[in-house]
Design a protein around this ligand. Structure first.
Ligand code: ATP
Length: 275
């Protein structure tokens, strides 16, 4: 049986109260020229189940490094990041990741690219062959949510950049991750396509309702998608501002033109400092 939360038609809210992820005085140093260089000074925050957060801040302040620490690919050596109270020390299984460049396998069509995590991640992998028809339906449901129902058989080179990114988001979510990590996923797209992608990402996320952590330089994108926006300072960085976004969901692009939206945007903008 699939977990009950599978694509439940639920409405995401920012009222979730159970903490899923905790950053406890997290720091980061890299060795540069044989000397430790402090990148992140001290980050403490907690993210509730089903919450979508964005992290914004000047270039080089360590945003991508934070995602690597959360994913367990580069576990933190200073302070702790805890998932359900347990320190993250190795790569997490139940994570979906989407980067600026949607890396789809060029020899697999859209549907097969989306199915990939179910082929390699347990417990799905174990039953892949027996449950393939059901898995295909899950993939098709996701592809329909992002308007790619008619592009299942296309290879990546036959898709536009925005379509590839939509497929990549479906792939990141097909195995129902607890955490979705997004590193400037729409940075390479034109402004109009990017705004369409906000709506699609919101639709997908409201179906799956996992924790979302978005790294972005686009403050409007952060406001549109988030329950909470965290602003980081220049290096050595820390969180210098935190803003709850209480706009109702589902959010629409028209809302970006309202005074409420613009106040939130301006508030965050005032707190961004350059390195
Ligand atoms: N493996 C590494 N070894 C040494 N230094 C690193 C390593 N990875 C990142 N850095 C440095 O750490 C700092 C933070 O990098 P990171 O990519 O996390 O920043 P960022 O905030 O995501 O930047 P941007 O907004 O420009 O993408 C940068 O100065 C970068 O050069």
């Amino acid at each position: 049986m699939l977990p009950a939360k599978h694509f439940a038609e639920t409405t995401a809210t920012n009222t979730a109260s159970l903490i899923l992820l905790e950053f406890d005085r997290v720091g980061l140093e890299y060795i540069v020229d044989n000397k430790p260089k402090r990148i992140i000074e001290d980050v403490s925050l907690s993210i509730n189940e089903g919450e979508f957060v964005s992290i914004v801040g000047p270039s080089g302040c360590g945003k991508t490094s934070i995602l690597k620490m959360v994913s367990g690919l580069n576990p933190t050596a200073i302070g702790e990041i805890r998932l359900q109270g347990k320190k993250i020390t190795k790569p997490l299984k139940n994570v979906g990741i989407a980067f600026q460049n949607p890396v789809l396998l060029p020899w697999r069509n859209t549907l097969k690219n989306v199915l990939l995590p179910l082929e390699v991640v347990q417990p799905y992998k174990r039953e892949y062959k027996q449950r393939l028809p059901e898995y295909k339906r899950m993939a098709q449901e996701l592809l329909a949510t992002v308007g790619l129902q008619d592009f299942q058989q296309q290879l990546p080179w036959q898709l536009s950049g925005g379509m590839r990114q939509r497929a990549s988001l479906c792939r990141a979510l097909i195995h129902q991750p607890e955490i979705l990590l997004l590193d400037e996923p729409f940075g390479a797209l034109d402004a109009f396509t990017r705004e369409e992608m906000w709506v699609m990402l919101q639709n997908l996320w409201m179906r799956v309702k996992c924790v979302g952590i978005l790294i972005t330089h686009d403050l409007r994108e952060a406001v549109f998608l988030s329950d909470t926006v965290y602003v980081m300072s220049p290096r050595p960085s820390s969180i210098i501002y935190q803003l709850k976004i209480d706009l109702p969901r589902p959010r629409t692009l028209e809302m970006c033109l309202t005074d409420d939206f613009n106040h939130l945007f301006s508030d965050i903008r005032r707190h961004i400092r350059r390195s």
